[in-house]
Design a protein. Structure first.
Ligand code: RTP
Ligand code: MG
Length: 142
């Protein structure tokens, strides 16, 4: 398996619930390293650009409203099979369908306020990591 990087966002609902540490701890316990991190209140422009692939979807405005409703914590996770591993830790998009013990099953309220984002492929990950971080903000341990 290849060492990959993936972009993870702790969304405004999870930040408001004060579970940043619990969520980051799950990544570390699963063997992923946090190699970059920052807290930010996204502008509409930033959220729209990040979710550009969903621009034509009916939920786009609600998604942007939600993602700009409060601060988020954005991080780059690195490790073996990081993209899929993070998606497994997150659980299904709709928390009602998320497997027990996943982040969304434990912390998410709804399909909109679903606690976390994770890149869905290595291609998306490369775009999303570069969207938020410059090379000198990423600190792999080697
Ligand atoms: P994410 O991008 O946030 O990691 O989530 P995902 O891959 O599991 O889901 P995606 O299809 O990429 O959708 C992005 C976010 O849009 C919201 N959504 N709402 N109301 C709806 O039908 C609906 N579908 C998606 C969710 O907040 C989802 O995380
Ligand atoms: Mg997605």
């Amino acid at each position: 398996m290849a060492v990959e990087r993936t972009l993870s966002i702790i969304k405004p609902d999870a930040v408001a619930k004060n579970v940043i540490g619990e969520i980051l701890s799950r990544f570390e316990k699963a063997g992923l390293q946090i190699v970059a991190a920052k807290m930010q209140h996204l502008s509409r422009e930033q959220a729209e650009g990040f979710y550009a692939e969903h621009k034509e979807r009916p939920f786009f405005k609600d998604l942007v409203d939600f993602m700009t409703s409060g601060p988020v914590v954005v991080q780059v996770l690195e490790g073996e099979n990081a993209v899929l591993k993070n998606r497994e830790l997150m659980g299904a998009t709709n928390p009602k369908e998320a497997a027990a013990g996943t982040i969304r099953a434990d912390f998410a309220n709804s399909i909109d306020a679903n606690a976390v984002h994770g890149s869905d492929s290595t291609t998306s990950a490369a775009r999303e990591v570069a969207y938020f971080f410059s090379d000198n903000e990423i600190c792999p341990r080697g």
